[in-house]
Design a protein around this ligand. Structure first.
Ligand SMILES: *[C@@H]1O[C@H](CO)[C@@H](O)[C@H](O)[C@H]1NC(C)=O
Ligand SMILES: *[C@@H]1O[C@H](CO)[C@@H](O)[C@H](O)[C@H]1NC(C)=O
Ligand SMILES: *[C@@H]1O[C@H](CO)[C@@H](O)[C@H](O)[C@H]1NC(C)=O
Length: 448
């Protein structure tokens, strides 16, 4: 209760400071790269539904009470997203975009900028955009459908989802070092950055679905299943349906053995941060989690929120032990298998993570003292990455409004209520999944 009171006071105090600040300061001055300014300040739809969403998350920062997040009233600058917002990333000259053949050469890069005059600098609504031709000619893909929905104004079709060697320049380092944690390179020195990201320098480094040409043909639509670890999957018998997708995304404590009937058995993409993977291995060992799934088709997609992730990634790609930090001398093949190589490793771009936070999950937590630790949950990043990379997305095991009826995870042997964390906004995520489902952009599995 005391925490609750302090939180409310904190929210009010930070809120008023922010208002004063926004009145006085013109923010995020112009950058010197080629930018295409938005004509309007982009708006943001807030989750209005107080009930929220579910997926798996690291057992850190667990809050004792699920109801202590009192959301402050929406601030004035949160206007509804506009359907007719200009697609900035389309406005640069691109000659080879439509033919879908340019998969070999590295993509062309540019920055798209959308900072409005009232945004606090930590928001940084300016993102790396990339020219990666679509993998299919699927007529009914998410990217074309999204423009007709309320999400059209927020969705950047060409945002760089992954970071790779081509992104590392002193200018980019300077730009991104303004943002801490997962949202930038704030705690990373340039040398570490160069050393680690230089191993990500091939087609598979910038394409989430790098093996699509080996899998199918261009006339097919890419169907992806994003599988969270929510208790709603228990007894669902959805395993066969999940495995029938082209790609199956999983995250954190994704226990498969013994649960195949309900959750399937394939994993093409495993999303994690080094921190959440280590925590999951500790917390869910009793339930049978021994480490990330391993198979020939499995890719490992790092969500970097620390230099730990860069160091682990480099060690994995170069078949060495981790050279320093929390995981010093740990052997990456223990987690990713003996045959892991740079081709199986990917890393989300901090711009993509900040974009998801700013435009899809701009939580009221950003107005509290937990501002810097807040990020979209690992499962949310996984699902929203699928939304940007696949033609069609089904989501399983994500939090639904009746989450109280289910245990936290599908593998819990006894009922555990869903955990809420100070660093995520699971209720807002739950509302977002409902909105995306209602907009026809994802198919969300809900218990009948
Ligand atoms: C990445 O590969 C390209 C072309 O193969 C090369 O020119 C470039 O130097 C490489 N970048 C790094 C950081 O290794
Ligand atoms: C390509 O995919 C389409 C759609 O599934 C299918 O009808 C067609 O037979 C496939 N073509 C080849 C050459 O595999
Ligand atoms: C969830 O629980 C509520 C109350 O306990 C009950 O009314 C409802 O039918 C349950 N829903 C499902 C899908 O089991």
């Amino acid at each position: 209760m005391a925490l609750h009171r302090r939180l409310v006071v904190g929210v009010v105090a930070v809120g008023s400071l922010l208002c004063v600040y926004m009145l006085c300061v013109s923010l995020d001055g112009p950058l010197s790269w080629s930018m295409v300014p938005f004509r309007h300040l982009q708006g943001f739809i807030r989750g209005t539904n107080e009930s929220s969403s579910r997926d798996s998350e690291e057992p850190l920062d667990r809050e004792t009470s699920r109801d202590q997040w009192t959301r402050p009233p929406p601030a004035a600058q949160h206007k509804p997203a506009e359907n007719n917002a200009p697609d900035v990333s389309k406005s640069s000259s691109r000659t080879d975009e439509a033919d879908g053949t340019r998969t070999k050469g590295p993509p062309m890069l540019q920055l798209v900028q959308a900072d409005g005059p009232t945004e606090p600098p930590f928001i940084g609504d300016t993102y790396m955009s990339e020219d990666i031709p679509p993998l299919t000619q699927c007529p009914d893909n998410i990217r074309s459908r999204v423009t007709k929905t309320a999400f059209g104004g927020r969705f950047l079709e060409h945002i760089a989802v992954l970071q790779w060697a081509g992104h590392v320049t002193p200018e980019q380092h300077q730009r991104l070092s303004r943002y801490p944690g997962a949202h930038g390179w704030g705690e990373l020195d340039y040398k570490t950055l160069v050393e680690t990201l230089s191993v990500l320098n091939s087609t598979s480094s910038w394409q989430l679905l790098d093996d699509w040409p080996d899998r199918s043909n261009k006339s097919e639509c890419i169907r992806c299943a994003a599988v969270g670890n929510g208790g709603v999957l228990k007894g669902s018998k959805k395993g066969k349906e999940i495995d029938a997708h082209h790609y199956v995304f999983r995250t954190n404590g994704a226990i498969i053995e013994g649960f195949e009937q309900d959750v399937g058995s394939r994993t093409t993409h495993y999303t994690f941060s080094t921190n959440t993977m280590m925590n999951s291995m500790r917390a869910y060992a009793g339930a049978g989690f021994r480490g990330p799934p391993q198979s020939k088709e499995t890719r490992y997609v790092f969500l970097p929120d620390h230099d730990r992730d860069y160091l682990m990634m480099k060690a994995a790609a170069t078949h060495r032990l981790v050279e320093r930090g929390r995981e010093k001398d740990k052997d990456p093949s223990r987690y990713f298998g003996e045959d892991v190589s740079a081709e199986k490793l990917k890393m989300y771009h901090p711009d993509f993570l900040r974009y998801l936070r700013n435009r899809f999950l701009r939580s009221g937590i950003l107005k509290t003292r937990y501002k810097n630790m807040y990020r979209p949950s690992t499962g949310a990043v996984m699902l929203l990455a699928a939304l940007h990379a696949c033609d069609q997305v089904s989501a399983y095991g994500f939090m639904t409004p009746d989450y109280r009826n289910y245990s936290d995870h599908y593998y819990d042997s006894t009922y555990h209520p869903v955990g809420f964390f100070a660093n995520h906004d699971m209720r807002m995520e739950m509302a977002l999944w409902q909105q995306l489902h209602q907009a026809g952009l994802i198919r969300l599995y809900m218990h009948a």
